[in-house]
Design a binder for this molecule. Structure first.
Ligand SMILES: CC[C@H](C(=O)O)C(=O)SCCNC(=O)CCNC(=O)[C@H](O)C(C)(C)COP(=O)(O)OP(=O)(O)OC[C@H]1O[C@@H](n2cnc3c(N)ncnc32)[C@H](O)[C@@H]1OP(=O)(O)O
Length: 352
């Protein structure tokens, strides 16, 4: 990769500066090939050796760009080093059409993500997997988002992968590609700075059960059922559902649910701490309204504070203690003295 290519996809605003930087560095090193890190190490080394020339602006620019690249790396669980070629995988998945993933972003900051393939109990076709990733990218860029409800059309949640597609991708490479694609996608769902709820109506089976574990909370309607049926398919979870289930209910209960393919009804889910509440209605419309009301008790308040709250909890859940504390400090810095904080200091709310 030449230096130009290394820079081309940086997408940073001050492009002319970057090209000037590129000319400067190329002047010293024609056809320099680099990886992202080596480019930045080289550039910082080059600047540090010529301290008097290294303008603070450009060092900041490099540091910001490096942080941005590393942040993008963090967003993606898998990359080329794991043999993960996302564009090729998407092309393969798009051969299996049907259904859709719909997203409506409401003025109150609540998003509604609908799994829409009711003829097949909302089973995930290949195009639905790709659309799920596209909707999650939209949600990552929705700066006013505070909450998200994921539910299925036709009063049922999701019965996992579309078995018609699964048959066509049963070879090892395609299976691993789909596994990595869905793990990447559901990890990004889990890390959204929005408070997410899986509204489980009807059945959440296989990959559908795994999808519920990628949401912060689960609400279930009367008669609904979550079931990790993978063992019956000669499988283990592949969309990250096992790792997340252990975090939610503990390793003992997780092993029982997975190896016993237990039917988890609303009462069992409450006992396990897997569901927050059993809704009163199993009617699709009323259940969605109940889910909105439940979620609104947590999304009430300034969007910056709600998003920061989810970020500090994500840090606490995923990072080693000291890294979590440092991340919390950084996120605290984004709200301390901010509009909501200053307004509250004037208002002096009484927390009765
Ligand atoms: C890592 C994830 C993992 C993987 O990718 O390998 C998976 O998720 S594998 C899939 C795991 N899921 C299942 O095995 C569920 C299979 N479906 C059922 O057990 C039942 O359909 C059930 C219990 C969800 C609902 O039963 P019910 O009697 O209420 O309805 P039907 O069975 O008549 O279903 C209606 C209609 O939908 C079709 N259907 C249901 N699930 C799937 C699916 N996962 N893939 C494809 N098609 C599905 C079913 O065949 C019926 O269609 P019809 O044309 O009428 O036969």
């Amino acid at each position: 990769m030449t230096l130009q290519n290394c820079l081309v996809f940086l997408h940073i605003p001050s492009y002319p500066t970057v090209w000037l930087l590129c000319k400067l560095l190329l002047h010293f090193n024609e056809d320099y090939t680099c990886t992202n890190e080596s480019f930045f190490e080289f550039s910082l080394e080059w600047y540090s050796q010529r301290q008097e020339m290294a303008l603070p602006l450009w060092k900041n620019l490099l540091q910001t760009t490096k942080e941005r690249i590393l942040q993008q790396r963090r967003l993606s669980l898998y990359n080329g080093a794991h043999g993960y070629e996302e564009e090729l995988i998407k092309k393969k998945l798009q051969q299996f059409a049907g259904g859709s993933i719909n997203l409506s972003k409401e003025d109150n900051g609540i998003g509604i993500l609908t799994l829409n393939n009711p003829k097949l109990m909302n089973a995930f076709t290949g195009t639905m997997m790709v659309e799920l990733q596209e909707r999650i990218t939209e949600l990552e860029n929705w700066k006013d988002g505070k909450g998200l409800i994921v539910y299925g059309a036709g009063n049922t949640f999701c019965s996992g992968s579309d078995l018609n597609a699964v048959k066509e991708i049963s070879n090892s490479q395609d299976g691993m590609d789909m596994c990595m694609f869905m793990q990447n996608t559901l990890t990004r769902l889990m890390r959204l700075p929005l408070i997410s709820v899986a509204l489980v109506q009807g059945k959440a089976f296989g990959g559908g059960a795994e999808l519920t574990t990628a949401c912060d909370f689960r609400l279930m309607t009367p008669g609904s059922e979550i079931r990790f049926v993978h063992k019956h398919m000669g499988l283990v979870p592949g969309w990250g559902g096992a790792a997340r289930l252990v975090q939610i209910v503990g390793s003992g209960a997780a092993l029982q649910l997975l190896s016993g393919t237990a039917r988890v009804d609303p009462e069992k889910a409450l006992r396990l701490g897997f569901s927050e509440q059993t809704l009163s209605s199993s009617d699709e419309t009323r259940a969605l309204e109940e889910a909105r009301a439940w979620l609104s008790q947590y999304t009430e308040g300034p969007v910056s504070v709600i998003r920061a709250m989810k970020k500090v909890v994500t840090a606490g859940r995923e990072l080693p203690l000291e890294d979590a504390l440092r991340t919390e400090k950084d996120i605290f810095g984004t709200v301390w003295g901010g509009p909501a904080n200053l307004e509250a200091l004037v208002r002096r709310p009484k927390h009765k």
